[in-house]
Design a protein around this ligand. Sequence first.
Ligand code: ZN
Length: 320
Amino acid sequence: MRYDDSPPPPESASSVSPDRPWFARRPALAVALAALAPTCLAGWVLTQVLSGPGSGAPQPAGARLAAASPAAAADGKPSASPSRPPAAAPAAAPAKGPLTGRTVVIDPGHNTGNFKHGREIDRQVDIGTNRKECDTTGTTTNSGYMEAEFSLNVAHRARTLLEAKGAKVVLTHDGERPWGPCIDERARIGNEAAADAVVSVHADGASAGNRGFHVILPARVKGGAADTAKIVGPSRDLGERLASNFARTTGSSPANYLGSGTGLVVRDDLGGLNLSTRPKVFIECGNMRDDKDAAQLTSPEWRQKAAQGIADGITGFLGG
Ligand code: ZN
């Protein structure tokens, strides 16, 4: 993964520009109204004017509600996010459904703050079979959309879909940390949650022309704290279901640059897999460095399809 990416300025979730002309006119308007109205009415008018549009003004109220949604805020485009609708935003009782009683851990790859914490994320951690960097910055599209932003957004969308089926969903991080977590902690979160399934969400940074998605399955490894003997089989089942559902919901093809067209790759060098004691896979949803793939990865509508494929794959694996 690249370390020299210059991330874009963060997108703002709030859109206040429609208010600006109105506020700019406010003093003159207030003075004019005060001069024309009887004294008692002028006070009321001034109060209304100076307190801004009331709650009946649909756009600001809607924008505030939508911005309160984590999924919407991650998008930077509140109205474009179909997940976590405002009515469902408060922490309500979990839905009852086919996944009630099951725990899913979604691991959003990287962290948008990692690039500012090179020393911390370069620190070597023990992955059982080896030592490896705590975390990496991840990649970006050529226009600067960060993999870490993509992965967290898809994780939010998948969480909403899985919670609607009754699952308890744990994220390894939710954008609340300045960097990380380290890969060993990411694995530990899944283990300690006794997750029934863990999916790490990523997008690749290969050269242009390399297209499509692939799912990474744990190899059988043993060394130190790493012993994947028990998870290799169920993780393959999870990964195959993820790949087939992802292809169906997104219309994407398996990667054309590895995996021999199966969309499945086995790796023994990823700490997040080696240290997992729960069924776990990574999904690389596309190649951020290919413009055609990037057009999909930057589309909120496509990300919803990606999240649907991930949630459907997990649901199938869990028998829901
Ligand atoms: Zn990644």
